[in-house]
Design a protein around this ligand. Structure first.
Ligand SMILES: [Zn+2]
Length: 182
C-alpha cells in the first residue's frame, strides 16, 4: 500500500470529470490497489473521504469513512464505504448549511448547503450494486465526494464566501456556530 499525493486547489485535475469505471475492471488488481491506497491516504491525512481526482486518477472511485476523527470531532461515525460510479438522488428538497473541509483545500473550512437526505446508487469494491439511503453528515460527505468526481469543489457550492476560514481562525471564531436550516 502507498500514500498517494493529494492534488490541491488550483491543480486542473480537480476541475476535470472522472470517467465511470467499467464494471468488469472493478475487481482487477490495479483498481483494488488504487482503492487500498486511497483508504490509506485518507487515513494518513484524517480525511472523511477522498475521490479519484484528488489523487490524480480520473476514475469514478471515492472512499468514505469517519471514525473518531480529530478534524471532525463532532462527526458521527460512518463505516468504510467504497463508492464506484455513484449516482446521487436527493430524497427531499430540504437543504442544510454545514461546515466542510477538504484535503485538497488544506487548513480551510467553509459553510456549504447540501441536501439533508440522498439515495446513493453505486458499486462496491466487489462489483456488487449498492443502493443506500444516507442522511445528514453521511449525505453531506457523499455529495462532497460525488462533486469531486464531477470536477466540483465545495467552495463552488458556498452561498457566502465570507464564511471561508483558515482552520486556526475557524477554531477561534466559528467553532460551535451551528448550521442554519433553509
Ligand atoms: Zn474534498
Amino acid at each position: 500500500m502507498a500514500i498517494l499525493k493529494v492534488a490541491r486547489l488550483g491543480h486542473p485535475v480537480l476541475r476535470m470529470k472522472a470517467e465511470p469505471l467499467p464494471v468488469e475492471k472493478i475487481r482487477s488488481a490495479d483498481v483494488q490497489r488504487l482503492i487500498d491506497d486511497m483508504v490509506e491516504t485518507m487515513h494518513e491525512y484524517d480525511g472523511a473521504g477522498l475521490a479519484g481526482n484528488q489523487v490524480h486518477e480520473l476514475v469514478q472511485v471515492a472512499v468514505i469513512e469517519v471514525e473518531a476523527n480529530p478534524r471532525y470531532p463532532d462527526a458521527p461515525v460512518i463505516p468504510l464505504t467504497i463508492v464506484i460510479n455513484p449516482m446521487v438522488t436527493p430524497l427531499s428538497e430540504e437543504i442544510e448549511d454545514g461546515w466542510e473541509g477538504c484535503l485538497s483545500v488544506p487548513d480551510m473550512r467553509g459553510m456549504v448547503p447540501r441536501y439533508t437526505a440522498v439515495r446513493l446508487d453505486c458499486y462496491d469494491r466487489e462489483a456488487n450494486r449498492v443502493s443506500l439511503l444516507a442522511k445528514d453528515f453521511f449525505a453531506r460527505v457523499i455529495q462532497h465526494e460525488t462533486d469531486h468526481l464531477n470536477g466540483i469543489v465545495y467552495i463552488d457550492r458556498m452561498r457566502d464566501l465570507r464564511t471561508l476560514s483558515h482552520i486556526a481562525e475557524w477554531n477561534k471564531h466559528w467553532l460551535g456556530v451551528r448550521e442554519q436550516n433553509d
